[in-house]
Design a protein around this ligand. Structure first.
Ligand code: NAP
Ligand code: MN
Length: 267
């Protein structure tokens, strides 16, 4: 089995990564930074975002596994002291097809960023946000090529179902079970009065719908794609839609989404 480890860079995560390499060698796994089949993230949910963005050109060929070294993670199932159990299950799954892990697939968001300087494509695991750098953002939101609203305020967040527990939650968006193929648009502090009007509620779009956000004044904007930040002053528009690709996570034991939500926010 070809594997790669992404660690958070703190001493505990680096230590665990080294332990993992040692155990992996004993089980005959091969470290492969170019074309791994399994990518192990050791750290937090942010570490999984990094691991994901390292391999965005190989999404269909990879299954991700998360080990958390801080508090519980939404993308991390395993605790630091369970590393040996995890490797054991990985080795068994590798040898015997009947014991291979369950693969769960989560939707992503495809982004097409149009600037005066060119067009680029990106993919988000958590969310895309557009925010003002110098002041109020003015943006036109179209849904399926029909003008929906003119937005004025701090910004707009478009999240995946698995990203719904992250930034989207702080904006009052709903938590969405990550097997639902959809994307959620949430406003970041919109201006609403007799002159300016936006819907004011988060909305959920199904697969095959798309949304275009057009910059409607000369403005410096901060675009975030998960943990990646881009400052642009020549944005034309950003097109968002549920991606044709999905990210795979290898589940060597069940960990239901609602258990994660309860443990993270209620227990
Ligand atoms: P960060 O500032 O360390 O992340 C903020 C928090 O979001 C961390 O506690 C992180 O967990 C958690 N998180 C990340 N993905 C999550 C998910 N899918 N469900 C629940 N919690 C999640 O920065 P980062 O680690 O690079 O993560 C970037 C993410 O931070 C962005 O994608 C965005 O969702 C989130 N964010 C949230 C807010 C907000 O809530 N107001 C503002 C900006 C960004 P770990 O500590 O385990 O990494
Ligand atoms: Mn983090």
């Amino acid at each position: 089995m070809r594997y790669y480890v992404q660690d958070r860079g703190d001493s505990l995560s680096i230590d665990l990564a080294q332990q993992f390499h040692k155990l992996a060698k004993e089980h005959g796994f091969t470290l492969d930074a170019k074309s791994p089949e399994i990518v192990i993230s050791i750290g937090g949910d942010g570490t999984m975002l990094q691991a994901f963005h390292t391999f965005t050109d190989r999404i269909p060929d990879i299954a991700f596994v998360g080990v958390h070294t801080g508090h519980l993670g939404f993308y991390a199932d395993w605790k630091a002291d369970e590393l040996e159990d995890l490797i054991q299950l990985m080795a068994e799954g590798n040898k015997d097809a009947a014991r291979s892990p369950r693969i769960v697939e989560y939707p992503l968001i495809d982004l097409e960023i149009r600037r005066k300087s060119g067009v680029s494509s990106m993919i988000a695991l958590n969310e895309f946000t557009l925010k003002g750098v110098d002041g109020t953002v003015v943006a036109q939101v179209d849904i399926n090529d029909v003008t929906f609203e003119m937005f004025r305020g701090d910004g707009i967040c478009v999240s995946t179902p698995s990203g719904s527990t992250a930034y989207n939650k702080a904006l009052g968006g709903a938590m969405v079970h990550p097997t639902i193929e959809a994307m959620q648009i949430a406003e970041i502090a919109s201006i609403n009065n007799r002159v300016y009007r936006t819907l004011g509620s988060p909305i959920v779009l199904p697969k095959h719908h798309h949304c275009d956000i057009f910059s409607r004044k000369s403005q410096r904007l901060l675009l975030t794609i998960d943990h990646v930040n881009l400052t642009v002053d020549d944005l034309i528009s950003v097109k968002c839609q549920v991606s044709t690709q999905k990210v795979s996570f290898a589940r060597y034991r069940p960990y239901p989404f609602w258990d994660r939500v309860r443990t993270a926010f209620l227990d």
